[in-house]
Write a protein that binds this ligand. Structure first.
Ligand code: FAD
Length: 440
């Protein structure tokens, strides 16, 4: 096995070592972030309970054919929520060496799908093996949904609901939140007329297979990997697919290789007779709107909104996307960052940082300094014209992951960065078939 991290200076020579007792730590969620966090906490001899609301581990990577039936513009807050947003045909958008963790990636392991960008089931199996190998499965409480996290008298009260026992409260020294952020749909509700548009509107969260779109005229809003993958899949059965993105100012153009799919500019407005008018001057009559417009951070169980809250998809204040300064390191978030080639290595480093900080092996700056850093980050974003909703998007740069690695005394393998650069280039040149042309 090869490690994707290189050790730099031993931690205990770099920072003051203040050993603390083993803490009683709650981890919310048994997806990638929760499993990594549990492993690192166990390595530091903490007592770990992972709360998982479903009956399986793997989070996003557990494909769920069931989907929420709601009209996405008028979501019922009491609907039965389906966690995963995977569609049946989904392949990873990162190659095998980037899918996994140090010494544990899909480059080393294969479960029968030989492709460089495998189907989703390979990732779920990797996570299952990872959990078994590191003794994490034993500390997961399945079918246990955390419904409240409160902070009183220096401790966290975690209320959990199970089907057998109902609700029960427990007290913890620390809580790490790993509940994922690809479940609560974000929609393009600012398109003029869209709230009153009388026809069907769905979100990629509920997309599983193309069949329901057969013979339909579909407008797909979005410009991310899901928008492109799903549009192409739907085009195999739909009458017409019209892809529209805010960032596209081009005139309407037919997509290469398709007779029934067009790329448009942004939408001007929509009308209650089903008509959709694009800024490129074209109008069409559509049957369905499919919003591939991303997701919202959502922590319905958090009762400490004065300490950390979500504002326009910015979770804050958080020091380096992980620690709310007022409660650091006892409250932490792992897995909030996105738009990174080294996504999973970043989650791994975040989880190591949290575990080492909780053990007193790494000291964090003072609360004031952490807060000042957060505000500096916000000012820089504003100066560079980055909207608040993109606070946790890392824009495919390595500064943050390098910084994290440095905190925990590791260094990211240059080969992984090279693979990322190569991939970004291929995305640009071959947006439709980068998975098939990419070579290591
Ligand atoms: P999740 O995987 O969402 O896990 C969160 C867990 O928390 C779930 O098990 C959930 O049941 C549990 N939970 C939530 N709330 C509670 C609660 N209140 N109580 C108890 N348990 C709770 N990443 C890649 O690296 N490569 C890819 O190719 C890629 N493709 C993607 C494609 C799609 C369509 C999507 C949606 C995401 C993709 N991602 C990809 C990102 C992916 O989300 C991450 O790889 C990773 O799975 C995130 O892990 P997580 O643990 O942070 O969250």
């Amino acid at each position: 096995k090869t490690s994707s991290f290189t050790c730099t200076i031993p931690l205990n020579l770099r920072r003051p070592v203040i050993m603390t007792d083993s803490l009683n730590v709650a981890v919310i969620g048994a997806g990638t972030s929760g499993l990594l966090t549990a492993r690192e906490l166990l390595r530091q001899n903490h007592r770990v309970t992972v709360f998982e609301k479903s009956d399986r581990l793997g989070g996003t990577w557990v494909y769920e054919p069931r989907f929420e039936a709601d009209d996405v513009l008028h979501l019922d807050p009491n609907r039965s929520i389906v966690h995963s947003s995977l569609y049946s045909s989904l392949r990873t958008n990162l190659p095998r060496p980037l899918m996994g963790f140090s010494e544990y990636s899909l480059e080393d392991k294969s479960y029968g799908d030989p492709r460089m960008f495998p189907g989703h089931e390979e990732v779920r199996k990797l996570l299952q093996d990872f959990a078994n190998e590191f003794g994490i499965t034993e500390v997961i409480r399945f079918n246990s949904e955390v419904v409240r996290v409160d902070y009183t008298d220096g401790q966290f009260v975690v209320e959990c609901r199970t089907t057998e026992v109902g609700s029960a409260e427990e007290v913890f020294d620390a809580v790490v939140i790993c509940n994922g952020h690809h479940t609560e749909p974000r929609v393009a509700d600012d398109v003029p007329g869209i709230k009153e548009w009388p026809r069907k509107q769905v979100h990629s969260h509920t997309y599983r297979v193309p069949e329901p779109y057969r013979d339909q005229v579909v407008v797909v809003i979005g410009n991310g990997p899901s928008a492109h993958d799903i549009s192409r899949e739907i085009a195999t059965v739909a009458k017409e697919v019209h892809l529209s993105s805010r960032s596209s100012n081009v005139n309407v153009s037919r997509m290469d290789g398709y007779k029934n799919m067009w790329q448009h500019s942004t939408i001007n407005r929509v009308y209650d007779d089903g008509m959709v008018e694009f800024q490129d001057g074209h109008s069409i009559e559509a049957d369905i709107f499919l919003h591939c417009t991303g997701y919202k951070f959502h922590f319905p169980f958090l009762r400490i909104n004065d300490i950390v809250h979500v504002d326009d998809n910015c979770v804050g204040p958080l020091y380096k996307h992980v620690f709310p300064p007022q409660l650091a390191p006892r409250l932490a978030f792992v897995g909030l960052t996105y738009n990174q080639g080294l996504l999973l290595r970043t989650f791994e480093l975040q989880s190591k940082w949290v575990a080492l900080a909780l053990s007193g092996k790494i000291s964090l700056p003072s609360e004031d300094k952490m807060l000042a850093d957060v505000h500096k980050h916000y000012r820089e974003m504003e100066k560079n014209g980055i909207p608040k909703r993109d606070t946790h998007s890392l824009g495919f740069k390595f500064e943050y992951v390098d910084w994290l690695a440095d905190q925990v005394g590791l260094r990211i393998d240059d080969r992984l960065k090279e693979i990322c650069r190569n991939l970004f280039e291929q995305w640009g040149f071959h947006p439709n078939d980068f998975r098939d042309v990419f070579q290591l």
